[in-house]
Design a protein around this ligand. Structure first.
Ligand SMILES: CC(C)(COP(=O)(O)OP(=O)(O)OC[C@H]1O[C@@H](n2cnc3c(N)ncnc32)[C@H](O)[C@@H]1OP(=O)(O)O)[C@@H](O)C(=O)NCCC(=O)NCCS
Length: 163
């Protein structure tokens, strides 16, 4: 596991194509990230030799105008390398970096059956507003600072940094 670099972008795109397919751009989470740099200080990749096998993006975001959140996603693991712990390892590495840099909350839209095991819990419906339709049951978060989820409420917007 290591931090992503600008030169990883072509290989990250390939993993996205293979793992997520063309429908990915329609997801509301993509709308939040639109216009932000594709690689932040928190993005991670997993490699084997020179081959990039998996990647996760984290985008700094504000909620209700308050900074300190990171939006996790997309995460993609090459279909030939699933179920080997790469997804979990990428997320754990991102969380460690987020803690180190003082992030308060990690937010994502995804399956609670997968992310629940990694420590994410459902966000109370209506608390965080996305710029488009999202299934409220799929909005999940992990507090890195106790009480962050109670403090951060309102509209979700990408921001340049953790603030
Ligand atoms: C979701 C994903 C990142 C998981 O990566 P991975 O490296 O295979 O996952 P891990 O090895 O950390 O964990 C594997 C476990 O998670 C389970 N799992 C994988 N996807 C799951 C899902 N959507 N819901 C519930 N469980 C899931 C596996 O069955 C396996 O369970 P086991 O440990 O009981 O055998 C990967 O399947 C992927 O890239 N999927 C396509 C892209 C995608 O859906 N991304 C998320 C939306 S942005």
């Amino acid at each position: 596991m290591r931090l992503a670099r600008a030169e990883d972008l072509p290989a990250i795109k390939k993993v996205h194509q293979r793992a997520l397919g063309p429908g990915r751009y329609a997801l509301t989470a993509y709308r939040v990230r639109e216009g932000t740099p594709p690689i932040s200080d928190f993005c991670q990749v997993a490699e084997c030799g020179k081959h990039l096998l998996a990647a996760v993006r984290f985008t700094p975001a504000s909620i209700g105008g308050q900074h300190g959140a990171l939006l996790l996603g997309p995460i993609a693991v090459d279909p030939d390398h699933l179920n080997r712990g790469l997804g979990r390892a990428l997320i754990d590495a991102g969380i460690a970096k987020a803690r180190e840099r003082g992030a308060q909350l990690i937010l994502l839209v995804g399956d609670s059956s997968y992310y629940g095991r990694l420590g994410f819990s459902p966000v109370p419906p209506g608390q965080i507003k996305f710029p488009g339709p999202v299934n409220p049951a799929r909005i999940l978060a992990m507090e890195l600072v106790a009480g962050a989820l109670t403090r951060l409420t309102g509209e979700l917007r990408a921001s340049e940094s953790l603030g």
